[in-house]
Design a protein around this ligand. Structure first.
Ligand SMILES: Cc1ncc(COP(=O)(O)O)c(C=O)c1O
Length: 387
């Protein structure tokens, strides 16, 4: 049996498996067992901002693995304390941090903190939003596809059209604990927010006494051309959820917390693996590399280069090219699945975002040659006679 057959036979069945097994990565390249190279424009759904097998992250993990892997947060630790000090410098005004292990857990924590802190129960999220798959985060997620079959979800959530200030204004009341928003919707189709929308969300929350939670799980750590996408708009949320590339690929999530969030006393929340020294050591190495290599600056420049080239593709099936930095969506007038397959046949791995959007989330270390290779392949598949 090959790996595909084994995983299809023994896996739970919740993932659509590709007929492509990957055994190694380097920078923006992935390799199968025969050594064939694939250009990775998925980054494991936005995790590998630093590329695969980054030497500094690999070294930090190896060193920490033979020092101390696990330690519950009740016991302070050198790596965790140092990472906390680093995390609270990332967004001025967010001066505390809660560590967890994934994106959905970061959202789950932020939702709980909002209820604990405000004593209110309601949440306002956006249509097309994706915030994760555990019950709280799933309740903030909009698409029926993720919700069907597991309802009832957590009560108290409503969804408003994205980028519509009036609708948000009407939905937030004195019962709203928090508004939760992505600055650029990822899974929902790569839709950037209007700057005025995020700024209005801040104002509306302040006026109504609600907290503003910004989900940067996909857009964080340089991806959009700033450390966090919300920093493009000069807005400070009350909580910022992050995960994915925080620890260079080692599972880790975090909530950065502002001063309006309080009543977080021992026992109100927690998680066994949260802030474990292995993830923290990886996080320290990853954040140092993101800053030293100016990955945010690289994402801004490479993203502008890529979107410019993509907009020059003369194809009747492209509806729109949009994005921020290296979080790029190519909306097609048709279903995207056959084009993803055609790209994979040309050794390029990309993602969908819904039925018609082709999503590109390459490692931020991708080279200009590799970006050109992507553009040539995309031009090829999107302008083919039978496309
Ligand atoms: C914006 C956003 N929020 C939350 C999540 C959930 O993260 P995780 O899959 O680590 O639970 C994702 C995952 O894609 C995401 O893109």
């Amino acid at each position: 049996m090959d790996f595909y057959e084994i995983e299809t036979k023994y896996g739970a069945g919740v993932y659509a498996k590709q007929h492509l097994s990957i055994v190694r990565g380097q920078g923006a390249s992935l390799f199968d067992a025969d050594g064939n190279e694939y250009l990775d424009c998925t980054s494991g759904h936005g995790v590998a901002n630093l590329g695969h097998a980054h030497p500094k992250v690999a070294e930090a993990i190896a060193k920490q693995a033979s020092t101390l892997i696990t330690l519950f947060e009740s016991y302070p630790n050198d790596k965790r304390a140092t990472l906390m000090q680093k995390m609270v410098t990332l967004v001025p005004g967010l001066e505390r941090v809660f560590f967890c292990n994934s994106g959905t857990e970061a959202v789950e924590a932020a939702l709980k903190f909002a209820r604990i802190s405000t004593g209110r129960t309601k949440f306002v999220a956006a249509m097309r939003a994706f915030h994760g798959r555990t019950f709280g985060a799933l309740s903030a997620t909009f698409n029926k596809r993720y919700r069907q079959g597991v309802e009832p979800l957590v009560p108290g959530f409503s969804h408003v059209p994205y980028n519509n200030i009036e609708a948000l204004e009407n939905a937030v009341t004195d019962k709203t604990a928090a508004v939760i928003l992505e600055v650029i919707q990822g899974e929902g189709g790569v839709y950037p927010a209007d700057p005025e929308y995020i700024q209005a969300a801040r104002r509306i929350c302040d006026e109504k006494g609600a907290l503003l939670i910004i989900d940067e799980i996909q857009s964080g750590f340089g991806r959009t051309g700033m450390m966090f996408a919300v920093q493009h708009f000069d807005v400070t949320p009350d909580m910022l959820c992050c995960a994915k590339s925080l620890a260079g690929g080692v599972p880790m999530g975090a909530v950065l917390i502002g001063e309006k969030v309080d009543n977080l006393t021992p026992g109100t929340h927690g998680t066994t693996f949260g802030g474990n020294p292995l993830s923290c050591a990886a996080g320290l190495a990853a954040l140092a590399a993101i800053e030293e290599e100016d990955l945010a600056g690289q994402a801004a420049e490479k993203g502008a280069y890529l979107m410019d080239k993509l907009r020059q593709i003369d194809s009747p099936i492209i509806r729109e090219v949009r994005g921020m930095g290296l979080m790029v969506g190519v909306e097609l007038k048709q279903k995207v699945a056959p084009y993803l397959k055609a790209l994979q046949d040309r050794n390029i791995l990309a993602l969908n975002a819904g039925m018609t959007v082709l999503r590109l989330l390459p490692p931020l270390v991708i080279s200009y040659e590799q970006l050109d290779r992507l553009v040539v392949a995309l031009t090829d598949v999107l302008t083919a006679e039978d496309s």
